[in-house]
Design a protein around this ligand. Sequence first.
Ligand code: GDP
Length: 496
Amino acid sequence: SIITLADEARYAFDNLLEGVLGGPSTLRLGVTGLSRAGKTVFITALVHNLIHGGRLPLFDAYASGRLAGAKLQPQPDDAVPRFDYESHVRNLVDARIWPRSTRRISELRVTLEYESASTWKRTFGPGRLDLDIVDYPGEWLLDLALLNKSYGEWSAEAVAMSREPHRQQLAAEWHHRLQGVDPDAPADELKAQELAGAFTSYLRAARADEYALSMLPPGRFLMPGDLEGSPALTFSPLDIAPDREPVQDSLAAMMARRYESYRTHVVKPFFRNHFARLDRQIVLVDMLAALNAGPAALRDLEQALADVLACFRPGRASWLTSILSRRIDKILFAATKADHVHRSDHDNLGALLARLTEKAAKRAEFAGAEVSVMPMAAVRATREVTVTRGGRKLPAIAGVPLEGEEVAGEVYDGASEIALFPGDLPKDPESIFEAARQFQSKPRDLAEEAHDDTLALRYLRFRPPRVERSETGLKLSLPHIRLDQALQFLVGDRLQ
Ligand code: GDP
């Protein structure tokens, strides 16, 4: 019919224009990272800086004055929750408290209007890029590996992992309950709940600051989203051989069925409906938390990052490849909360993360994605100061600890600023695991000899800063470290 023809002509024309002008005008940016890595703070600060004219000298389109405007628009997907930007800004900027962290997937569209840098492109009028930011828990990415494992294989692996020295104690209660069950006994809902509960508690304990472990699938056990309490999440590994066929109607059979449901109704839909549509990706990593927790946490993080990268560059035979309609072409790993260390340590922070992602990143680059690593603080909550100690001047940072934070027996009121020397990050990324050992003990040593000007970094959280004036002095936005560089890498080329 005429309508179809007209439509097709229009599509062809659009495609032609897009080809000429450089790709479609929508960019879906995935923002991920394990819990507390800084996703919510990153998105809030990014959007706030764009809308309120923050200091972004290294974001080219913006610094050169070509960015005509940035505004929030209704998102294209009606079935995905909206990222609660306004409420996060109220907390972060107005109340100066940290916003509520990511619990599930959410989305926000920011539309950027720009003048092209090329004279020829400008003759087509101003450009427009719809930036769709998709926030989702990094834990969910680690579930991809489950698609290659039967229930028996996964069980055996999870039980073996939980018996490793640094996990054993955390899993003691779950182990105790596992010993008391017979996998061949008839299926029993209460038993299933009890085991799932103990298994989840173990995963949660391993994620706590003290241990900061990363490899803790299934992802929804820690980040259930809207599935909390559903049968698809009420299962647990059993202490069985990997190739064991479950007896009919037994507890093992019930667990295996639920594991299967989890893979079919939870894991696959996430990858199909959300993940497969992403163009670019930023992975936020809290390196300092892992360093603080020690070598076991770092090793776990390295494995988790490799698994995350495997999602971005799945092999040809993988299920994921078969459903991907596009490929992620740029991946940024950002070591977050860089404001917790002095500027002289930022490069080291980046180098340590680069070392952890090295092997996996090589594979991704091989497959055609551009991978970059940088230190970043989406919100800079500290300032740099010099502390004199024993006649020596040391680079230190100063900030207001959150109300109730406690270091070396002192509880803070959330109002007074303190200076502290976080301890040097190791210079040599090769010795990263040894370094974690040193870094781990260092702040404590300092605390022991501490006067009131120097305190331990461990777990200290600072109050969010006041907004600051932009270069022109007219606008107010949040201070940051290298947020502009991250933006340039992730969207800069699309605003040419
Ligand atoms: P999410 O779980 O990935 O969404 O993590 P959040 O964005 O909620 O961040 C978790 C916590 O890390 C926050 O409550 C802050 O205490 C801290 N945080 C995150 N980003 C920054 C940052 O850029 N600077 C500082 N100082 N703290 C941060």
